[in-house]
Design a protein. Structure first.
Length: 124
């Protein structure tokens, strides 16, 4: 029984020390088109399955780094390539000012917080 407890304690300690595994990149993201108030993204699928569960997140921030807008849209696929958007890139936070930039990435439904692509940053 004591040996089992020691093994469990060691296993728990390793979990605390080892870095968390990140999701593998399964898509590549790039700006397809942009204007003063919106942006659309081009997506290329690089994995073998699961492309229909992929979405694009677009988070726009003010100068203080506060998220002003967050939008999540599915990718419209045409073979291994697709597009998502348009996403609004304007707006403002009443206390800290207008949007100064946006950050976008591909995510796999339902985990909107874990990117599975490169991150694209644009200046508004």
């Amino acid at each position: 029984m004591m040996r089992r407890a020691v093994v469990l304690v060691l296993a728990a300690a390793l979990l605390l020390v080892l870095p968390a595994a990140s999701a593998p990149n399964v898509a590549t993201l790039a700006v397809a088109s942009s204007s003063a108030t919106s942006v659309s993204y081009a997506v290329t699928f690089t994995a073998h399955s699961g492309q229909y569960s992929l979405w694009v997140a677009n988070l726009c921030l003010d100068a203080a780094g506060v998220t002003v807008t967050a939008a999540y849209l599915p990718i419209v696929w045409k073979g291994p390539a697709g597009t998502a958007g348009p996403f609004a890139t304007d707006g403002s936070n009443p206390s800290t000012g207008p949007v100064v930039g946006c950050r976008a990435y591909v995510w796999k439904f339902p985990d909107a917080w874990t990117p599975v692509s490169n991150t694209v940053e644009i200046t508004a």
